[in-house]
Design a protein around this ligand. Sequence first.
Ligand code: PRP
Length: 222
Amino acid sequence: MLTIALCKGRMLDTVVSLLQTVGLSPSEDILDSRQLIVSDSTHADVRYLLVKPVDVPAFVQYGAADLGLVGKDVLYEAGADLHELLDLRSGICKMAVAGFAGTDIARVHRVATKYPRAAREYFRERSQQIEVIDISGSVEVAPLVGLADCIVDLVETGRTLAENGLVILDEVGVISTRLVANRSSYQLRAKEIDPLMDRLRKAVTGSSANLPVAMSSREVTA
Ligand code: PRP
């Protein structure tokens, strides 16, 4: 059984479409059902775990899943011991410093974020001492109520920032979904993983050439 960990939530339909383009067939109700372990309709030896994005690295690192599809933002924060195989070029968004227009980043002190590691790294590179306030969601509220001077968060459409009167102050990097593998599975199950990885690579790049994982020199890298 090849077990693939997928993120529940807004990116799931994109990931399911990508899997379908490479010949896999997650059961049709994967997007609606509350089942957390879902079989593949055409491959009896493939199944999917539906878990929170933040938990995908742990499922893969400890071998409960052989493969995982998860955002680079989550991977970077987790710092998990696993193989990052491929940039799937989907789920693309920005990680950004955001706040009220006119905020001088050089003067911020308190930074609210779901991404403390990325935030610390960003300000460390600027040799700027900050206090990170770890918030698990709705981070945009923090500057609105004076909890933080700015946030470090993901921006996809920009709607959440705009509707809360905030703007991007600086871009930290580009985020996309990655294919990751458990280290043992990658060695022991190469016969199954390599062809799948090759099909995914062709699907996302139109070529089987071995592409660098990073999409941008400014990318958040582990
Ligand atoms: C993410 C992110 C932003 C929002 C950005 O939050 O943290 O808040 O999406 O998307 P947009 O640019 O398209 O508006 P998410 O929806 O995952 O919820 P959360 O605030 O509970 O983390």
